[in-house]
Design a protein around this ligand. Sequence first.
Ligand code: NAP
Length: 319
Amino acid sequence: MSAPIIDRLALIGVGLIGGSIARAAREYGAVREIVATARSEATRRRVVELGFADRVVETNAEAAKDADLVIVCIPVGASGPVAAEIASSLKPGAIVSDVGSVKNQVLKDMAPHIPPSVNLIPAHPVAGTENSGPDSGFSELFVNRWCILTPAEDADAQAVEKLKAFWTALGANVEVMTAEHHDMVLAITSHLPHLIAYTIVGTAEEFSNVSRSEVLKFSAGGFRDFTRIAASDPTMWRDVFLHNKDAVLEMLAQFNEDLAKLTRAMRRGDGDVLFDHFTKTRAIRRGIVQIGQDSAAPDFGRSHPPKGGGAIPRPYSDE
Ligand code: NAP
């Protein structure tokens, strides 16, 4: 095995994403030492029991101290205060990154606190499940998934390369783009679909002509996949919509226009419009399968179950 890319990795937040990074970094030999922390005593205790970190410490500042790479793996709304908390503990030359599903606002929230001698390079692994907490992580989460880096224009090129090498070692394919572009792309590919899923599941719940048991019984007719997405963490998704508001609202306006077109076609009995639209969307789906971002099967899990047993994770929601 080649030398670790990172000497000391600090993880602030060790839920699904932080817990998966720790497991993957250790399994693939990407780091020499992992120091972890979480907000609650209960999570910190659980991480000690699970044993995927070398040390578990009580505070964010303690975790960041002397780390070569600090990855903040918490809901995006908490990124700014956490950056302020760790600022004075960061060593010169260290890389500070995150995994947030929104990039522009996170960069704005974190950047003012990070000392000039430290490299802030935001990142977003586009991989996830609807599960949360340290037990839900697994080392294969990032394999063959994209990780998007959104460094500022003047970011240190060597630090960007190092972070790229780290994510590549975890199995991810790395792409670099601006934070603004990331937020626009993710608004349509992830954030709007989540908003639709949250809406439709709520609508079904309120639909009084259909009993609850019928909704559950016949859920395989498309509704089931929406329920899985709508089971995603409420804190994380509240923060995503509050922090990527402009891009999501823009996509939502476009979506409403397109929905109105299909509604009009249905009302007028214009089958050609519906058929042409569905033919176009079918081609998009086939394209996604072809480039290996999903299986042709309607419902699938990872080929490798999480280490230490447990259920095979469901398809990927994020993210
Ligand atoms: P998670 O499983 O709920 O874990 C969140 C972790 O953050 C926990 O360790 C939690 O500690 C800690 N935390 C929560 N609030 C905090 C605060 N105010 N200060 C310090 N620590 C705090 O969440 P996750 O799914 O790993 O998501 C983390 C980040 O990854 C989010 O920014 C999300 O946008 C991004 N992301 C998620 C997915 C996905 O599919 N889930 C995919 C890609 C990126 P306690 O347990 O002690 O509360």
